[in-house]
Design a protein around this ligand. Sequence first.
Ligand SMILES: Cc1ncc(COP(=O)(O)O)c(C=O)c1O
Length: 475
Amino acid sequence: MSKEIDWGQVLEWDKKYIVRTFNTQEEYSPVPIASTDGDYLILPDGTRLLDCFNQLYCVNAGQKVEKINEKIKDALDRYGFLQDAFTTDYKAKAAKMIIEDVLGDEDWPGKVRFVSTGSEAVEAALFIARLYKNRPLVISREYAYHGWTSGSSSVTRLKGSRSGITEDKPNTTPRNIPGQHNGKVAIAPSPNCMRCSLGHTYGSCADENGELACVKYTRRMIENQGVEQVAAVITEVTQGAGSVHPPDEYIPQIRKMTQDLGILWIADEVLTGFGRTGEWFAYQHYGVEPDIVAMAKGISSSAIPAGAVVVSKEIAEFMDQYRWETVSTFSGHPIAMAAVCANLEYIIEENLVEKARDTGEYFRTKLLELQNKHKIVGKVAGNGVLWIVELVKDEKMTPFIEIDRNYTHESDPSLFPSNIIREKALEKGVLIGGVMPNTLRIGTSLNVSKEDIDKAVDALDYALTHLESVTLQEQ
Ligand SMILES: Cc1ncc(COP(=O)(O)O)c(C=O)c1O
């Protein structure tokens, strides 16, 4: 099939007609892909790349699962398109599966609203939280990534991902979107213990009741804003794009704090949901229950765009009393709903959540071996098939790129150790993930084989050895 494609023409049209992101036109260098297979991307010349970015940590079941493709074809043949006011077997079953089959052991979930993307799921979560509490303010955190649309980008705080523009020249000021910062949002600290922005050291930052300094600060912040102003705290459970894995106490303490203060907790599980961390949802590692969950990506293993927001029974009862005057043309699209049903069935039948949990232990062992071997690996954290590797200059954990997670794209990306590693690992046929300058992220499908993990770790070993040789020479 790929032999019939004129790849020269493809690249020409791509460069000429598509508005680029993250690159100027001059910088842009497209990577053509002919096909995919499981955890692999296949280039037009037949080269196979192991995708440890899992695209954007979203192809949970792996590429092109036959069962999912079959159901998509069935929905296409039977339904074509029907808007949200009509009921289809796939839409009703997708909602039932999320509430009963995926979350059936928990008391809190009430109802689902389907959308098409993660950003929309976050938008819907913010709308519902503000309507339910009838309060304007939402608390987000440093380094948060919640999406690119207006509301979701107002709670996104990673400087390099707020949908503004930067020039291809050093020392220029990024142009943020005028007005974007005016959303009713206040920013709490991230639980980034490696470089605590409050200046604390993990292990000695808790008060006499065990409350972490960053949670205490968040609580005080909310009290200072006025609790009566605050609808919700929104958190990723593990920060995905920002690449921060919280200490174990953090999420339970945030949840307790929101309950103490009578505000909602929105868990953004767009990236961490549907088995990625070795539980259906990452919050389940911590024995807590949220009020609202935003989900997308793994909900359909990205075979077709789909997203959802799940609200608690109380919020569902509240919404049931009103006419919620909002439309989304593609909400509950039959093809997307077929993909959701088939994807969830497949994950359940193949025990992929348990598999990801076991795989996580294998990842942990292998990555800790790398940490023991390479001085520049300062920290390894994660679970399931989502891992973070922090690169440091020395034993004091000095980052190579000082500005670290607060970088914007006017920084020179060729100096980022993460980019140097990524380029080197490609020589071994492995695509390593992550967008932060000093942090690698490794994520695969839940179905990844041990052989492929070994291949990824070998490539990382090779790339770390290279980076070490370059940086040790410099010192
Ligand atoms: C935690 C989180 N929330 C929201 C989003 C936005 O999802 P989408 O890109 O589908 O709009 C993302 C995307 O990466 C994400 O990681």
